[in-house]
Design a protein around this ligand. Structure first.
Ligand code: IPD
Ligand code: CA
Ligand code: CA
Length: 265
């Protein structure tokens, strides 16, 4: 393991432990011959179990830290400086459909700044790590964002708003703008992994709107520590509050921001 600090060891161990349960449950989902409702209840339980394991492990080692949990909401800690931001299962819809593209995401915030992040994709055993000032890593390999400079050679990732979520027309305009100049767009279904893939140089860039702090906390640090840029849609830093995020390598970030700014429904 490249990053050996106690905090990284703790986050990695917690992610691995919670992942064992998720992988077992994923095996079950693939076998389940139950109603649609049955699968979704089963997945909700898997999700809650993973979150419980993560909270127990992190809390055991750092009892004073607070939490922002996707399932459990805000849990205040006695230490006002530190807070864990946790998504126990990012890519739930994939998980539910037997698609092995999902992850656990743990970010650690100190005084409002993300200082450590882990995104673990258990099926492929990909452990993405970052600690502020220490770089980003995938298993034992140092990560660097992609060096591609031309939009027409670039692959972008995004998320599509669904059902009654707002922003459908806005998204279609953004997609139209990006697809017209790029090599392609992917929607793989896990914001955390989309960000990890930008850090790993697999995508040149990623954008999504109206997501949550737990989808992106760890990923923001990964991209930055890999040499990439992360902002909101206006080029500012309100990602965690606004839910809007644009992450890319140095060359593509201003281009992507500009395309999105000009995209009007
Ligand atoms: C979702 C995924 C997806 C994104 C959605 C998120 P979940 O998280 O990250 O890629 O497009 O907006 O809600 O529900 O699978 O934890
Ligand atoms: Ca989730
Ligand atoms: Ca999520």
């Amino acid at each position: 393991m490249a990053l050996q600090s106690p905090i990284m060891n703790l986050m990695v161990a917690a992610a691995r432990k919670a992942a064992r349960g998720l992988v077992r449950d994923f095996g079950e989902v693939e076998q389940l011959q139950v109603s649609k409702k049955g699968v979704s209840d089963f997945v909700t339980t898997a999700d809650l179990k993973a979150e419980k394991t993560l909270v127990a492990e992190l809390n055991k080692a750092r009892p004073g830290y607070g939490f922002l949990l996707e399932e459990g909401g805000v849990r205040a800690g006695t230490d006002p400086h530190f807070r864990w931001i946790v998504d126990p299962l990012d890519g739930t819809l994939n998980f539910m459909h037997g698609i092995p593209h999902f992850a656990i995401s743990i970010g650690l915030e100190r005084d409002g700044e993300i200082v450590a992040g882990v995104i673990y994709q258990p099926v492929g055993d990909e452990m993405f790590l970052a600690e502020k000032g220490q770089g980003a890593w995938l298993n034992n390999r140092r990560l660097r964002v992609s060096a591609r400079r031309l939009p027409e050679e670039s692959l972008f990732a995004t998320g599509i708003p669904f059902k009654d979520r707002p922003g459908h027309d806005e998204f279609l305009a953004q997609c139209r703008a990006v697809m017209a100049v790029s090599a392609g767009i992917r929607r793989q279904g896990s914001a955390a992994l989309d960000l990890a893939y930008v850090a790993a140089g697999r995508y040149e860039g990623y954008w999504e709107t109206r997501i949550h702090a737990w989808d992106m906390a760890a990923g923001i640090l990964l991209v930055r520590e890999a040499g990439g840029f992360v902002t909101d849609l206006a080029g500012g830093s309100t990602m965690l509050e606004s839910g809007d995020i644009v992450a890319a390598n140095q060359q593509m970030h201003p281009i992507l921001l500009d395309l999105l700014a000009k995209a009007k429904p």
